[in-house]
Design a protein around this ligand. Structure first.
Ligand SMILES: [Mg+2]
Length: 278
């Protein structure tokens, strides 16, 4: 009989760390900084793209993001109509080369913290959680953002960029590198929090609990004042769509913004205490 039963090890301890995204999660309400620059680099090639097209692959490594925009059927069609040839890898390289200085030049303009960030980070610390971070920005871009964040009182313990690992989101490598930097395991003792579908993908792929932020980031893609000015019906439609998309991506929890995540941590710790895994 004995070979018919097995025992499974369960982590029943507390949460040890959170991994936060940057734009749309802790700063840059509406995730505007990359979106405006993606439109500009396509414009320099003679191609107009909509803000929705610019935002669609958000969360990925920025060069991967440019390549993914070129593969949106409507963009590919306009490219071919305008330039008489398909967009190739050399065009992606050219646009990424244009992207870097344009993004560096305007990052600091979009560096204000999202309301509730400092209070929530303080609450994380009070719970004994370490704070890591992941981003689709390059190391050079992050150097600027980290300095702007520090001036505003936010300093995570670890930051890993898409350019530090073999592949950015949705691959899990940035999350695993953070775990290593922080000296934290198992992965089910860590929670990933972010505003895009690739954020949710990287958290799940790393075996972590994952929380999506529907209101403050790329899914709605508007800043706080713009959201406040929306007619209620429009807001309801946009926020419902964001919650649905993030839930369908597999997020364990979806909330409006970082200010709303603390109750989710309580719920996750109850689930861990019962022996549940992400
Ligand atoms: Mg983001």
């Amino acid at each position: 009989m004995s070979h018919e039963f097995t025992f499974q090890r369960q982590y029943r301890g507390a949460l040890q760390a959170v991994l936060l995204d940057w734009a749309g999660t802790t700063m840059d309400y509406g995730c505007y900084a990359p979106a405006v620059v993606f439109r500009e680099v396509f414009k320099r090639q003679g191609i107009e793209i909509s803000i929705e097209e610019a935002r669609e692959p958000m969360g990925a490594h920025k060069k991967v993001h440019i390549r993914q925009i070129t593969k949106i059927p409507a963009v590919a069609r306009r490219w071919h109509e305008t330039l008489g040839r398909p967009c190739g890898e050399a065009d992606v390289e050219t646009m990424f080369t244009d992207f870097i200085p344009l993004q560096l030049a305007c990052l600091a303009e979009y560096a204000d913290l999202i309301p509730g960030t400092l209070e929530t980070v303080a609450a994380f610390r009070k719970r004994g959680l370490q704070i890591g971070s992941t981003t689709g920005y390059t190391g050079e871009m992050m150097a600027i953002l980290q300095e702007e964040a520090r001036k505003r009182g936010y300093q995570p313990d670890s930051t890993v960029c898409a350019t530090d690992v073999p592949a950015g989101r949705p691959a899990p490598w940035m999350c695993l590198a953070n775990a290593q930097n922080l000296g934290v395991f198992p992965m089910e003792s860590i929670v990933k929090i972010g505003d895009t579908l690739p954020d949710i993908g990287e958290g799940l792929n790393a075996g972590m609990w994952t929380i999506g932020l529907a209101k403050t980031g790329n899914e709605i893609g508007l800043n706080e004042a713009e959201i406040d000015a929306l007619p209620p019906d429009d807001y309801d439609r946009l926020i419902d769509r964001a919650y649905l998309r993030m839930n369908q991506a597999g997020a364990h929890y979806v909330v409006d913004g970082i200010a709303d995540v603390l109750p989710c941590l309580d719920a996750i710790e109850s689930r861990l205490a019962r022996g549940e895994k992400p």
